[in-house]
Design a protein around this ligand. Structure first.
Ligand code: FES
Length: 98
């Protein structure tokens, strides 16, 4: 007897998206959380746990889409994202202050 299950199509993670922050623009991929990629670009982000517990990495999301590969324990206020665990899924614009 042979298996009839279909092979899973690999998830495409090499999508590149623009992150706008004031007059800055950086390119990010879906491979890593936003926090890591902002740091690599020289943009300082406050953080503590880096695991979705504390919300100290909360950043205002002006527009665009992010997802969380796991449900963060910290409360994510509407219009904000948690940079340590957010995966960018479209071009986005963020701000550190209102
Ligand atoms: S650093 Fe704690 S939730 Fe992101």
């Amino acid at each position: 007897m042979t298996s009839t299950s279909n092979p899973k199509v690999p998830e495409k993670k090499d999508q590149v998206h623009r992150v706008l922050l004031g007059k800055k623009q950086i390119l990010v991929t879906e491979d890593e959380p936003l926090l890591v990629q902002l740091e690599r670009a020289g943009i300082h982000v406050e953080y503590q746990c880096r695991e979705g517990y504390c919300s100290s990495c909360s950043i205002k999301l002006l527009w665009g889409n992010v997802i969380y590969p796991f449900e963060p324990l910290a409360w994510v206020q509407s219009g904000y994202l948690l940079a340590c665990c957010a995966i960018v899924k479209s071009d986005i614009e963020i701000a550190f202050f209102d």
